[in-house]
Design a protein around this ligand. Structure first.
Ligand code: NAP
Ligand code: MG
Length: 475
């Protein structure tokens, strides 16, 4: 095998300010309180910037700005709103390389992924919803669907700019205005997006970005003048938010955790399945809500598949996220690394067998090697709880009925994958799996035209596609 020479993407292309304020009413403003936070590069633990922490009064200012802008934005013809959203999409494309580097610096994900997956999808999302802005009367929600008002949106750190796009693009297309809180550990691309809103001449107050931790999110969700709450994050925080919003007139969508089954039948193209399994759980360090974290493999091919999978994992390169050869980047935070370690130790303690390829770990930063657990029972914590890291639990089955039963034996229901050459088996499985998305002979494929969302504790409401408009319209 050839050695790979380092191929680092230059970070000179990004311009990170030492300190950021809040983006309210189209201006950068200082927070009213003293709160300041730092965001670090998880691959080096280097501090990237200081970021404002928005308190209740700051959130209130942002909501008021959004309320004022709503009068202007919602009255604008859809064809005019579309122009702004198209403009935002084009600026994102023009600045894609810079935004990809910034995302990899702040989040730790490989540049190959931020450049080839995140950024193209971000732009595609804005293009797609720009196209809807003047066609809402034909979307199937009545002849003249109306926006809801001010949307309070809270997003996680795993796909910072992509989750922002999923939230902001449909909200704006439908005529709503937005206050968005990015995750504490990954605020930088949301702050760059604020600049893009200025570059696009978006009317002030249509998009407001308030940084901070959980308390800032809680203040936004609880604000009485917010009409719509959209949250992506953990099921635990989702529960708190559902409680906070209950009894109010606020409309709520929740995109929460997952524990997806990736199911491989004996007739599947196994080499292709191996690639799909790797993409399913090791893409984005496994920090993916719809990750294929439970591999269900038919017993007759389990040994062959596992041998091939282990061979494949031995070729994955872990390290510098900005190196174009890197497959596995850094874990986003020390806290997330601790959670992955704790669950992996529980896996061993409960009797599953742990395997990782030989994998040098950098001295600084937060890292976890790609890991497989075999001999996993359905009762093990690693089969039940979301690890949100590069850890795969392998279980086996004999019949399709057993595969369905095991796949559905989870409190979650966000996604699933089925690998088989038989179309009839594929459809039979898809109709029985309790999951918002079922992929066939592929995994982790995203497209702005296709709705995404969960069953059970994975949340409710759909994002993406025509369905995604419903969450932002009074229907
Ligand atoms: P999290 O702790 O729930 O945080 C998500 C966001 O909520 C962050 O911005 C967080 O701020 C904020 N927050 C924390 N406490 C809050 C509160 N009491 N009220 C309002 N906001 C609050 O989740 P995470 O660890 O960042 O993300 C991982 C989870 O997200 C996983 O479970 C994953 O499955 C899920 N996820 C789901 C989807 C989906 O589409 N279904 C997509 C991506 C991720 P801080 O950052 O300051 O804590
Ligand atoms: Mg960071």
């Amino acid at each position: 095998m050839f050695e790979y020479a380092p191929a680092p993407e230059s970070r000179d292309i990004v311009d990170i300010r030492p300190s950021y304020g809040l983006f309210i009413n189209g201006e950068w403003v200082d927070p009213l309180g003293e709160g300041r936070d730092k965001t670090v590069n998880p691959a080096s633990e280097e501090v990237l910037a200081e970021v404002a922490v928005a308190g209740e009064a700051d959130v209130d200012r942002a909501v008021q700005a959004a309320r004022k802008a709503f009068a202007v934005w919602s009255a604008m013809p859809g064809s005019e709103r579309a122009k702004y959203i198209f403009r935002i999409a084009r600026i994102i494309q023009e600045r894609a390389r810079e935004l990809a580097v910034l995302e990899s610096l702040d989040n730790g994900k490989p540049i190959r992924e931020s450049r080839d997956v995140d950024l193209p999808l971000v732009a595609a999302h804005f293009f797609y919803y720009a196209g809807w802005a003047d066609k809402l009367s034909y979307a199937g929600f009545g002849p003249s669907p109306q926006p809801l008002g001010v949307a309070g949106q809270v997003i996680p750190w795993n796909f910072p700019l992509l989750m922002l796009a999923w939230k902001i693009a449909p909200a704006l297309a439908c005529g709503n205005t937005v206050v968005l809180k990015p995750a504490e550990t990954t605020p930088l691309t949301a702050l760059a997006f604020a600049e893009i809103c200025r570059q696009a001449d978006l009317p002030p107050g249509v998009v407001n970005i308030v940084t901070g931790a959980g308390e800032t999110g809680a203040a936004l969700v609880a604000h009485p003048d917010v009409d719509k709450v959209a949250f992506t994050g953990s099921t635990e925080v989702g529960r708190l938010i559902a409680r906070s919003v209950a009894g109010s007139r606020k409309k709520l969508t929740l995109e929460l955790g997952g524990k997806a089954a990736n199911i491989v039948f004996e007739d599947a193209a196994l080499d292709q399945a191996v690639e799909g399994i790797v993409n399913g759980i090791f893409f984005n360090q496994g920090h993916v809500c719809c990750a294929g974290s439970r591999l269900l493999v038919q017993e007759s091919v389990a040994e062959e598949l596992l041998d091939a999978l282990k061979r494949r994992l031995s070729t994955l390169r872990l390290g510098d996220p900005l190196d174009k050869n890197t497959d596995i980047g850094a874990i986003n935070s020390a806290a997330q690394l601790a959670k992955i370690r704790e669950l992996s130790e529980a896996g061993e303690a409960e009797g599953a067998e742990r395997w990782s390829p030989a994998c040098p770990i950098p001295d600084k930063g937060f890292w976890f090697p790609p890991t497989i657990f075999t001999g996993v029972a359905q009762s093990h914590r690693i089969a039940r709880e979301e690890i949100f890291g590069p850890v795969l639990s392998v279980l086996t089955f004999r019949t399709p009925a057993e595969a369905v039963e095991k796949a559905n034996n989870t409190p979650y229901g966000l996604s699933a994958g089925v690998w088989t050459e038989k179309g009839s088996l594929m459809l039979w499985m898809a109709s029985r799996l309790r999951a918002g998305v079922v992929w066939s002979n592929t995994f982790n494929k995203f497209d702005p035209t296709s709705p995404f969302g969960g069953y059970k504790e994975s949340g409710y409401g759909r994002e993406g596609g025509r369905h995604g408009l419903e969450a932002y319209l009074a229907v």
